[in-house]
Each structure stands twice: as structure tokens, then as C-alpha cells.
Design a protein around this ligand. Structure first.
Ligand SMILES: [Zn+2]
Length: 375
């Protein structure tokens, strides 16, 4: 078995579905691949959860970061998978398993990139920081803890090794989840004019907020922003005007949208409607707020990547990533150049029968090493 397959299989064998995550098991496994005298730091998040930072000192003190998450999404229908999701079965050049594409394949590429320098005694031109994070699939506990401890602030460029179909990911959509709770006034179904119908007001609210967004605006790589009502609850009985209603909204935004502005509008509409309907209250909760991110194609960092791609005869294609990554918890705080670039297919993420082409991991290792040596 070659090393890519061996490392990936061992990572797939460790169940890090989130929740509960248990990422510390993966942290300990990753360390086993490395010589004992490496420089590393484990950040313990409690409950057997942890993140890991491995540093390889270079000739200069400039630091390049590689960030990959070690948790995965859960498996809901284990019996219907063609291969058991934690076995790491190989078939026709693919390995199957939960987290193969998203993103233990990228993590494997990071490990082997690091080992290339260590085992061949090559001192990289600058310091390399390999960051393995917990909880990316949920609240981003890992990257937030590392960031807040100042462990990421010395990185001057970062590769997010999420599956990008080997394309160069230069932007990602933002995510804004809002929870809207309306309290109106109940009355008998035959006397709606005596109450305030919370469901009807919720409906009105949702449409008003939607109208403030330019959903027709198109981004060349990411398409349109979207606005989806994802849960809705309210009312108690057919003949009672409902007093309570709530809904959650999943808003995905393209670069150019300002989340603070959307939240301000959400609060303003709530205030205006409260003023129009004495006795009604509208509460707006922000459940998740990750801004859209974008890099200029002509940025020096992206141009360097393109030149390495050309050198390796990889086809140069830019990509927009529709889901959020750890970058959304990092870039708005440390304004550094980033790229989302890693092995595996974006469409495989969170899917049943998730798999990755083993060759794709090898190609990305070759790219990471070439980039480091050339720039
Ligand atoms: Zn991922």
C-alpha cells in the first residue's frame, strides 16, 4: 500500500463525525506519522476535542499556512453505503469513506507535504505552518481557538486545502443564518381583527427583508446570492389566530454583500413593524455569520499559484466555493491572501458514498511542494 493510501485509510478509520467530533483521536494519529522531535502544539478544546499545529522552520521567518479540518459531518444511513463509511475501502482508484473528500484527503496531502521536507532534510525557503482544526463542520471551535490564542496571526499567506476539484478557489460565499421570532396577539378565529396574526406578520417580515436584497446580482464564479426559509413554526389550532411564529432563514451571499448591513435592515424592519402593530414584538437572532470572501485573480499570490500550475502542466481554472470554510473565521480577522485549493471533488462533500480519487491527493502534494520550493 502506498503512503497516501495508508495515511488516508488510517484517518478514515478514526471516526471524527461532529458532533461529538473526538478530533483528539485524529490529532494523536497524525502525530504518529511524524518524527518525535518535531515542533508542534496541541490546543485542547475539552471533551476529547483538539486542534494541532505543526511547524517546520524555514530559511526565512515568513510563514505560510496550510489549514485543514479533521472533523467530518455525520453518517445518517450507514447501511446504505456501498462500502462501510469508516473502512477506507479502495475501488477503481478511489477510496470510499466519510471524510475522504471533505477533507481527510486534503489533510493527508498536508501531512505528506510536511514529511517531504522533514524526511529529505530540505529546509524550506520559509517557515511552514500546518494547522489541523477541529469542529469546522459546526461552529468552527478549532480555528477560532487558534486564532484567539494568536497562533495564526504570524501566517502571511494561507492555503485552505478543502476539496476544490484541483481548481484554484479564489472566493467563497458568505453565510448568514437568522432566526426570527414574532409574538403577536391571539384571538378567536372568527375575530381576527382583535388579534395580531403572528404567522401573517412573519410572512410579511420575511418578504420585506428579502426585498432589501439584490438577489439578481450575479458573480462570475459564484452565481447569485440566495435567501431560503429553512424552518418555520407557529400557531396552535385552526380556529385560533396565532400568537407566536418563528422562522429561520439561510442567506448565502456573494462578495459585495455586507452582512452588517443586512442585519441592520433586519432589525430596522422589525422596529418599523413593531411600531405599526402596537403590542407585537419581533426578535432577530444571528445564528451564524460568515462573510463572503474574495481574492483578486491578479493578486501576486494567485499569480504565483498559476505559474506553478503551468509549470506542472495542470489546467488553470478558477473556482468559487459555495460552502463556507475555516477561511471565514480567519480572513476577516487577519487580512491575508488565501486560496481554497485541495484534492477531491466539492460535490462529494457531505454525500453518501463519499469518495476521493487517490491520484488527486498525489497531484496536490506535488503542487504544494512545488509552490513551497518555487516561492
Ligand atoms: Zn470541509
Amino acid at each position: 500500500m502506498d503512503r497516501i493510501t495508508e495515511i488516508l485509510k488510517r484517518l478514515i478509520n478514526i471516526n471524527t463525525t461532529n458532533l461529538p467530533g473526538n478530533e483528539m483521536d485524529a490529532v494523536n494519529e497524525i502525530l504518529k506519522f511524524f518524527p518525535q522531535d518535531i515542533e508542534y502544539k496541541i490546543v485542547d478544546h475539552g471533551n476529547n476535542r483538539g486542534s494541532l499545529v505543526i511547524e517546520i522552520e524555514g530559511k526565512s521567518h515568513e510563514k505560510i499556512g496550510f489549514i485543514g479540518h479533521i472533523d467530518t459531518v455525520p453518517v445518517s444511513d450507514e447501511d446504505s453505503w456501498i462500502h462501510p463509511p469508516f473502512d477506507g475501502v479502495i475501488e477503481n482508484g478511489y477510496m470510499y469513506g466519510r471524510g475522504t473528500s471533505d477533507m481527510k484527503g486534503g489533510v493527508t496531502a498536508m501531512i505528506l507535504t510536511a514529511l517531504y521536507f522533514l524526511e529529505n532534510n530540505i529546509i524550506p525557503p520559509y517557515t511552514l505552518k500546518f494547522v489541523f482544526t477541529a469542529d469546522e463542520e459546526s461552529g468552527g471551535l478549532g480555528v477560532r481557538a487558534l486564532r484567539d490564542k494568536g497562533l495564526l496571526q504570524d501566517i502571511s499567506k494561507v492555503f485552505i486545502t478543502e476539496p476544490s476539484d484541483e481548481e484554484i478557489g479564489i472566493c467563497e460565499k458568505g453565510t448568514l443564518w437568522l432566526n426570527i421570532r414574532i409574538k403577536g396577539k391571539s384571538s378567536h378565529g372568527s375575530k381576527p381583527e382583535l388579534g395580531i396574526n403572528a404567522i401573517e406578520k412573519l410572512y410579511e417580515y420575511i418578504n420585506k427583508l428579502k426585498n432589501t436584497l439584490d438577489l439578481d446580482k450575479k458573480h462570475s464564479l459564484l452565481g447569485n446570492s440566495s435567501y431560503a426559509i429553512t424552518t418555520i413554526n407557529g400557531g396552535v389550532k385552526t380556529n385560533i389566530i396565532p400568537e407566536n411564529a418563528n422562522a429561520t432563514l439561510d442567506i448565502r451571499t456573494i462578495p459585495g454583500f455586507n452582512h452588517e448591513e443586512i442585519i441592520d435592515n433586519a432589525n430596522k424592519i422589525a422596529k418599523d413593524m413593531e411600531n405599526e402593530n402596537q403590542g407585537m414584538t419581533i426578535e432577530v437572532y444571528v445564528e451564524n455569520n460568515r462573510p463572503p470572501l474574495t481574492m483578486d485573480k491578479n493578486h501576486e499570490f494567485i499569480k504565483e499559484i498559476v505559474s506553478v500550475y503551468e509549470k506542472l502542466s495542470y489546467s488553470v481554472k478558477f473556482k468559487g466555493i459555495n460552502f463556507y470554510t475555516d477561511a471565514s473565521q480567519l480572513i476577516p480577522y487577519h487580512n491575508i491572501p488565501f486560496v481554497i485549493l485541495g484534492p477531491g471533488e466539492e460535490d462529494m462533500c457531505h454525500q453518501k458514498n463519499e469518495r476521493i480519487k487517490i491520484k488527486s491527493i498525489g497531484r496536490m502534494i506535488e503542487f504544494y511542494i512545488s509552490y513551497i520550493i518555487n516561492f
